[in-house]
Ligand binder design. Structure first.
Ligand code: ATP
Length: 482
């Protein structure tokens, strides 16, 4: 069977998984899962971190297998591995093409750590990290710099804030602390954080530490095991700029406490913290209220989805950088426009699409035509998903429509002009988001989940009998989707 067949099947398996577990769970756990190979009865999949691997294995192994069997009954086994951080963007097509070079060469930092201390990031880590494997930073990808980050409408604020953080000098007043960047999968959070780390390195005087949340957990747990917690804390507290990626993956009660302590200590000492996650601080359900509000208390910036212009610019810049290694790699402008129009989801898919064209052009020597591009990227073209709605937006729009304030909706006021809009907003929060009843209650001024349930039932009943209300709610839904 061809690679493309496997890819198509994999796309359908992901569709089944997405339908079964819902969009939120899918994007938290499976969005970064990639197909490595299919060998008779075994499907090999990979994820970027050990944490994801163990979580998927313990919670979703059977479901993943069942979804595969739904597409290919002969499959008996799923083999899940952790792919190297340095291989992140490679695609199946490229990996299977052994002779095909990557779009641009990726060289692991010789130290294997992302700690940069004012010397070259590729030089040995500072003495404080030596000998404490759990304390080093996470690996940095040399391609993820400010130079290769394309700025557009959806990410310009995050980019400007990141630049500001990166260019500050030791002793400068810290402008936004923490800087909290959130975006859906593949929209450039890691790219931006690593760009700060590389730039911090070039600046030369501050100690910048880039850690994935998983590495933070690992560093903390392993330092407990080897009784070097003091060393771990010392490294964190002698860091000038702490960059924490994928915060939604932070796990474990004692780690939360350590994270909270580190965050407070860093901010109170005027040292910079930058956090990236796939959701806003208030939606990080594992963290306690104080940490959430501390995280929300600096600058919170969302990076929205890429517009077509930005996608095209990213593709053009990727082709230019690929050309420095593969001079004869030529993608005609209409093909680039076609990819920018059709591959709408995220940066990883854009890169995947180009990698496939590059692999094809290297292996066959044939020019890249529109027909070839259409064939190669078929499975990366996904139907438009409805826009994700946030509870704050629901509150804002409902409040405006009923001429009350958002504060009224969250307050304990029980006058009729506030009670009904509040119930409508809770009903919409339950039906349009994946948030649980207790979470919705918390977001509506700390109410009990039974109050939310009552509101949802009440509006459900009313909508069945009251056409005007049903139409009003439909209009609010349309406004939320705009
Ligand atoms: N503005 C941009 N300019 C250039 N490349 C980008 C941009 N945004 C994203 N990319 C590219 O898209 C790919 C995915 O980006 P990245 O890994 O930073 O996403 P992420 O938001 O951290 O995703 P995840 O939620 O999975 O961690 C990377 O190859 C990255 O270089």
């Amino acid at each position: 069977m061809t690679t493309i067949n496997h890819q198509e099947r994999w796309t359908r398996v992901k569709g089944r998984l997405r339908a079964e577990v819902g969009e939120d769970i899918f994007s938290s756990w499976f969005a970064r899962m990639e197909l490595e190979s299919v060998e008779s009865e075994t499907v090999r999949l990979s994820v970027p971190t050990r944490f994801l691997k163990s979580w998927i294995q313990s919670h979703y192994a059977e479901r993943v297998l069942a979804c595969w069997q739904g597409e290919e009954p002969l499959v008996r086994r799923i083999d899940l591995s952790v792919r190297s951080a340095m291989m992140r963007p490679a695609t199946v097509a490229l990996r299977n093409a052994a002779a095909a070079p990557a779009v641009s060469r990726i060289e692991p930092a010789p130290t294997g750590f992302g700690m940069v201390n004012g010397h070259s990031a590729l030089s040995a880590p500072p003495a404080t990290t030596a000998g404490h494997d759990g304390i080093g930073g996470s690996p940095l990808d040399p391609r993820l710099t400010f130079d290769s980050f394309v700025v557009g409408r959806s990410n310009s604020l995050a980019h400007a804030a990141a630049k500001q953080v990166a260019s500050a000098r030791r002793g400068d007043p810290v402008m936004f602390n923490p800087l909290y960047v959130h975006a859906s999968v593949g929209l450039g959070k890691t790219h931006l954080l690593q760009a700060i780390a590389w730039a911090g390195n070039a600046g030369g005087e501050r100690r910048v530490l880039y850690l994935t949340a998983e590495k933070f957990v690992y560093g903390f747990v392993s330092s407990l095991r080897t009784q070097t917690t003091m060393a771990f804390k010392e490294v964190l507290r002698t860091t000038d700029v702490l960059l924490i990626d994928d915060l939604q993956f932070l796990q474990g009660k004692s780690t939360f406490a350590e994270f909270s302590h580190t965050l407070n200590a860093m901010i109170d000492a005027g040292r910079q913290v930058v956090v990236a996650a796939d959701r806003p601080p208030l939606d990080l359900e594992n963290l306690d209220d104080r940490v959430r509000s501390r995280l929300a208390g600096g600058l919170v910036v969302e990076m929205g989805s890429f517009g077509e212009d930005l996608r095209l610019e990213i593709l053009q810049s990727r082709v230019t950088s690929a050309r420095s290694h593969h001079a004869d790699f030529d993608v005609p402008a209409p093909v680039l426009s076609f990819i920018a129009k059709s591959v709408t989801h995220n940066g990883r898919d854009l890169e995947g699409a180009l990698n496939r064209l590059l692999a094809h052009s290297k292996l066959t020597g044939q020019p890249i035509t529109m027909e070839l591009a259409e064939r190669e990227i078929r499975d990366l073209v996904r139907p438009q998903e409805p826009r994700k709605v946030k509870i704050e937006e629901i509150q804002r729009i409902v409040a405006r429509r009923y001429n009350v304030s958002r504060g009224d909706l969250l307050s304990s006021r029980r006058t009729a002009n506030v009670v009904r809009p509040r119930q409508i907003a809770m009903y919409l929060a339950k039906t349009l988001t994946l948030r649980s009843l207790p979470e919705i209650g918390r977001r509506f001024g700390g109410r009990d989940h039974t109050t939310v349930l009552h509101a949802v039932r009440k509006i459900e009943n009313l909508v069945g009998n009251d056409l005007a209300l049903a139409e009003e709610i439909e209009a609010i839904k349309r406004e939320l989707q705009e």
